[in-house]
Ligand binder design. Structure first.
Ligand SMILES: NC(=O)c1ccc[n+]([C@@H]2O[C@H](COP(=O)([O-])OP(=O)(O)OC[C@H]3O[C@@H](n4cnc5c(N)ncnc54)[C@H](OP(=O)(O)O)[C@@H]3O)[C@@H](O)[C@H]2O)c1
Length: 284
């Protein structure tokens, strides 16, 4: 399997990366990014909201891996939406990451002045400060509203996606628009229940792999991009070591059959809309 996927704007994005949500200790964040990149990862997923963009940038610069081989994603938070605020916020993320153009910039949530922010993101693509743009947590209706006015189509929708929640309604919509599904919570946020599922443990035993490796392999074989978070060097290495086996059609079907009717994380829309008022304050 190719290590990258081609986005609808022609850019190539690694299929597997490191997520750094909730990695609040900046030294740990920097070390995790460095160790992942030295171990072969080429995609790092952060956000202004995670307050660790500076640490991610230091990890990238300290890794010794040429910058042009690395794909860095960050996200705008709703308090920075609207044309003028988003222009300033994009500049601030570029400054904090301090590693040249952002490879992929996402709208973190579908609330607030999404359209104004998208225009600023399109401008940033034109100016070359951002290479590709996409969205996160967008439903089919959110996408329709954006696609009606967007000059540049989103390349990805980063969404909750794992064997327990397979987004049955949204995936066909993304496929129709050639938008890649990128999985957050790829390991179900480290769910012990998920990693102990008999179908997953059985496949792990057959292939001599861990349950987490089986779940990540399932993501890749379903065509998703996955960004597991870890600060444990052994987990970081293991999560990337999934290129030497393949799940059979029966094993894939057994994991597919774990799908449930609801996501794990359910934040009501009105609560999420309060994000417009909570501006993240970056750490050093
Ligand atoms: N766009 C959004 O709204 C949004 C929302 C949530 C997340 N995200 C992104 O998605 C990324 C991943 O999501 P997530 O961090 O919430 O969940 P996750 O990657 O599904 O799970 C992370 C948890 O799994 C554990 N883990 C990692 N590798 C493991 C392994 N090999 N064996 C056993 N446990 C393992 C980690 O602990 P250790 O650190 O101890 O390994 C951590 O507790 C985030 O970091 C972020 O970049 C985006």
């Amino acid at each position: 399997m190719d290590a990258t996927i081609t986005l609808n704007d022609g850019a190539r994005m690694p299929r597997l990366g490191l997520g750094v949500f909730l990695v609040s200790d900046v030294a740990v964040c920097e070390a995790s990014v460095r160790s992942a990149l030295r171990g072969g990862y080429r995609l790092v997923d952060t956000a202004a909201f995670y307050r660790n963009e500076r640490a991610v940038g230091r990890g990238i610069r300290g890794s010794g891996v040429p910058r042009e081989e690395i794909f860095v994603t960050t996200k705008l938070w709703p308090s920075d939406y609207g044309l003028d605020r988003a222009r300033a916020a994009i500049g601030a993320s570029v400054e904090r990451l301090d590693c040249g153009p952002i490879d992929l910039l996402l709208l973190h949530q579908p609330v607030g002045d999404v359209i104004g922010a998208w225009k600023a993101m399109e401008e940033a693509v034109d100016a070359g400060t951002v290479r590709s743009i996409g969205v996160s947590n967008f439903t089919a209706d959110d996408l329709d509203r954006l696609l009606a006015v967007a000059r540049i189509r989103p390349v990805v929708d980063q969404i909750e996606l794992h064997p327990y929640w397979q987004q049955p309604g949204l995936l066909p919509v993304l496929a129709r628009h050639d938008i890649v599904a990128e999985a957050w919570y790829p390991l179900g946020h480290g769910s012990r229940e998920l990693l102990a599922e008999p179908a997953i443990v059985a496949a792990a035993t057959v292939h001599g792999k861990s349950p987490a490796q089986v779940v990540l392999r399932w993501h890749l074989q379903r065509g998703f991009v996955a960004i597991p978070k870890s600060t444990d060097p052994a987990h970081i290495a293991a999560n990337f070591d999934i290129g030497d086996f393949a799940l059979s059609a029966d094993e894939m079907a057994a994991v597919d059959a774990l799908g449930r009717a609801r996501p794990m994380q359910r934040i009501p829309r009105w609560v999420m809309s309060l994000a417009r008022f909570a501006r993240p304050r970056p750490r050093p």
